[in-house]
Design a protein around this ligand. Structure first.
Ligand code: IMP
Ligand code: MG
Length: 183
């Protein structure tokens, strides 16, 4: 689906497909340098991180394994409560592994801080985070995100994996959803 198809439903294109591609190449270089030919277990957070995982995992030269978790914050609407429920757990035992969590976006950071603590408690050798997007509120939570693609304003965004009610995930770039869609 092209961004042109949804012009009436978005207010602004924040990040283009090309900008994402360029930034992923930069992140991949930093990630490769950090892990320095160690094996890495990439843990993607379903479903928003699917596109980012697919592109980032192929951009790195490090040897990676891929696994997925699906989590859900209790509570409804567009805010996260910090109480997290595992909907789909990893298939992999993370004991002794270098884990890199691949996230779509950090808003409150509550989901992520829970996830980091959870994987550390399972005995991972290291747990790092790469997030494509970060909103300003993330600064309030004490979660160490080693790599961030883009800092964005406090707007509800869709595209490149991010959804509103399961829609817009296949847009190639990241766009601000028009409030008329959800109000
Ligand atoms: P938090 O950091 O715990 O508040 O929640 C982060 C999660 O909320 C992300 O992984 C997304 O699934 C979702 N989310 C937060 N902001 C947005 C947004 O602007 N668009 C789409 N999903 C979002
Ligand atoms: Mg998510």
């Amino acid at each position: 689906m092209d961004l042109e198809t949804v012009t009436a439903e978005i207010t602004q294109v924040l990040i283009t497909k090309e900008q994402i591609e360029t930034r992923i190449q930069e992140l991949a270089k930093e990630i490769d340098a950090h892990y320095d030919s160690k094996d890495v277990l990439l843990v993607g957070v379903l479903k928003g991180a699917v596109m980012f995982m697919a592109d980032l995992s192929r951009a790195v030269q490090s040897r990676v394994q891929m696994d997925w978790m699906a989590v859900s914050s209790y509570g409804s609407g567009t805010t996260s409560s910090g109480v997290v429920r595992i909907l789909k757990d990893l298939d992999t035992d993370v004991l002794g592994k270098d884990v890199l969590i691949v996230e779509d976006i950090i808003d409150s950071g509550l989901t992520l801080s829970w996830l980091v603590a959870n994987l550390e408690a399972r005995g991972a050798a290291s747990v790092e985070v790469v997030a494509l997007l970060r909103k300003p509120d993330a600064a309030k939570v004490d979660v160490d995100v080693r790599w961030v693609g883009f800092d964005i304003p406090n707007e509800f965004v869709v595209g490149y994996g991010l959804d509103y009610n399961e829609r817009y995930r296949t847009l190639p770039g990241v766009a601000v959803l028009s409030p008329s869609v959800y109000s």
